[in-house]
Ligand binder design. Structure first.
Ligand code: FPP
Length: 246
């Protein structure tokens, strides 16, 4: 098994994104309530974030709560929001010890006021950290993000700030929640599902996709290292031929 040091000698993704799936099924398998799975999911979040920062990955983005997740039973939504608040409080020192800056994407203004306040506080208290940016996607939906970008670019066109023929990928990038993040290099989804579920649709245009049949609370360091090793063996051509790359 490769260690963190072995992997550091090869090419690593600059931006890793993860769809953390399977908390509910993990709990059900154990005869417990879904929220038990989310509680254990938090530990996996901490371990992955710390390991990624140790590896030198600059950007880690986690799908923590989608726009569609608001439709879940109230008890589950309330518990997830409480978990967010308690985890932010508890893990502030972990973020600072590992020089990790917290960031958020999504319609965060729709979060309960306590969650939003805690999130803003931890983002402020970690804003000068430089090893890695950990972005939590919260109340995030990619189609909504693209819709908002189109609305805001259209308003600028209407007010003669942008002319339609000048709209390019940079302008579009600059109107997305992810305006300060590079494109995703590697996207991991746990739980055995092979879907993107409205996550970073624009940003994963050239990402390598990696699906693993392990529920999120069981996603351990060796699974992360295995995914990164797999990434190191892939050839990313960006539309070119192998010969052109060599
Ligand atoms: C997917 O599992 C997971 C979520 C919807 C939430 C992810 C949340 C956490 C890992 C914990 C809280 C996060 C932070 C950042 C404090 P699922 O419930 O869809 O599982 P299922 O597909 O088995 O039902």
């Amino acid at each position: 098994m490769d260690s963190i040091d072995d992997l550091k000698n090869g090419k690593l993704p600059k931006h890793l994104a993860i769809i953390m799936d399977g908390n509910g099924r993990w709990a059900k398998q154990k005869g417990r309530l879904r929220v038990f799975g989310h509680e254990h999911g938090v530990k996996a979040v901490r371990d992955v974030a710390v390991n990624c920062s140790k590896l030198g990955i600059k950007y880690l983005t986690l799908y923590a709560f989608s726009t569609e997740n608001w439709k879940r039973p109230k008890l589950e939504v309330d518990t997830l929001m409480k978990l967010l608040v308690s985890s932010l409080k508890k893990e502030l020192h972990t973020l600072n010890e590992n020089n990790i800056k917290l960031n958020a994407i999504g319609n965060i203004e729709s979060l309960p006021s306590r969650a939003l306040a805690e999130l803003k506080e931890v983002m402020a208290k970690t804003s000068s950290n430089t090893t890695m940016t950990l972005t939590l996607a919260l109340s995030y939906g990619s189609r909504e993000e693209i819709k908002k970008a189109i609305q805001s670019i259209s308003t600028k066109v209407k007010n003669n700030i942008i002319s339609p023929e000048n709209i390019d990928e940079t302008i579009i990038n600059n109107h997305l929640y992810t305006r300060n993040l590079p494109d995703v290099d590697l996207l991991i989804r746990t739980s055995g599902e092979h879907r993107i579920s409205n996550f970073l649709l624009w940003q994963i245009a050239y990402a390598e996709l990696y699906f693993i049949d392990v529920f999120w609370p069981d996603f351990k360091e060796h699974h992360l290292l295995e995914a990164l090793k797999n990434y190191q063996h892939r050839e990313r051509r960006f539309g070119k031929t192998s010969e052109q790359l060599n």
